[in-house]
Design a binder for this molecule. Structure first.
Ligand code: 5RP
Length: 222
């Protein structure tokens, strides 16, 4: 199977997982990226089975609206039963690196609110130790140099994502070659740097369920 076929298979598995639990009052949290896009397109077939969605990015909000799925501000909803999103890497504890698409902050907020976070990923994303994929960090623009220096002190190589602005008006620094053998500790250290909005490690709040697309079918890990 191609990578896109694996992504579509896990997106379908997520739809099959959540739809039986949805009712007229349900609001679904929806992530960002190519795997999440497959999920949106497949979820749209069930748009009459739930109330609407909260989006983790402007791009996702636009795609949901195109399908006629109502998109709510997070502050306007009572809660989110499920959050479904992709990842750039996952380890066996369902700790993730996210933010390849730059949507990490809103993704982290929606994940924090959701009762159940379902990560959908093809098997290329499963690793033993996080960190081959450069770790994205969203930074207030005026703090760029300061945050870069602090990242070097932590042992990483900061690379400014040139020409990219987040939905929140900030910049992204991607950290290469960082030792992420202790994900929770690194997540907290990065968050403590003044000027960092958030970082793409989802370790303090990992996924609850991983639907992993493999050549032998979709594997569920929870
Ligand atoms: C966006 C993300 C995505 O979930 C991550 O980049 C995976 O993307 P894709 O599904 O396209 O491989 O965190 O900020």
């Amino acid at each position: 199977m191609t990578q896109d076929e694996l992504k579509k298979a896990v997106a379908q598995a997520a739809v099959d997982y959540i739809v039986p639990h949805l009712d007229d009052n349900s609001v679904v949290g929806v992530g960002t990226g190519s795997t999440a896009n497959f999920f949106i397109d497949l979820l749209a077939q069930h748009k009459n089975d739930f109330d609407g969605a909260v989006a983790s990015s402007e791009a996702t909000a636009e795609r949901l609206k195109k399908h006629g799925i109502p998109v709510y501000d997070l502050n306007a909803v009572n809660g989110i039963e499920f959050y479904v999103d992709g990842a750039d890497e996952t380890n066996e504890h369902l700790e993730l690196i996210k933010g390849g698409g730059g949507a990490l902050t809103r993704e982290k907020i929606v994940a924090a609110v959701a009762k159940t976070f379902i990560c959908i990923a093809d098997e290329s994303k499963k690793v033993d130790i996080l960190g081959d994929f450069p770790l994205p960090v969203e930074v207030i623009p005026m703090a760029r140099s300061h945050v870069g220096r602090e990242i070097v002190r932590l042992g990483g190589d900061p690379v400014y994502r040139d020409g990219f602005t987040t939905d929140n008006g900030n910049i992204i620094i991607d950290i290469h070659n960082l030792d992420i053998s202790r994900p929770i500790a690194i997540e907290e250290k990065l968050n403590n740097i003044v000027g960092v909005v958030t970082n793409g490690l989802f370790a303090r709040r990992p996924a609850d369920v991983l639907l992993l697309g493999t050549g032998d079918g979709v594997k569920r890990i929870d």
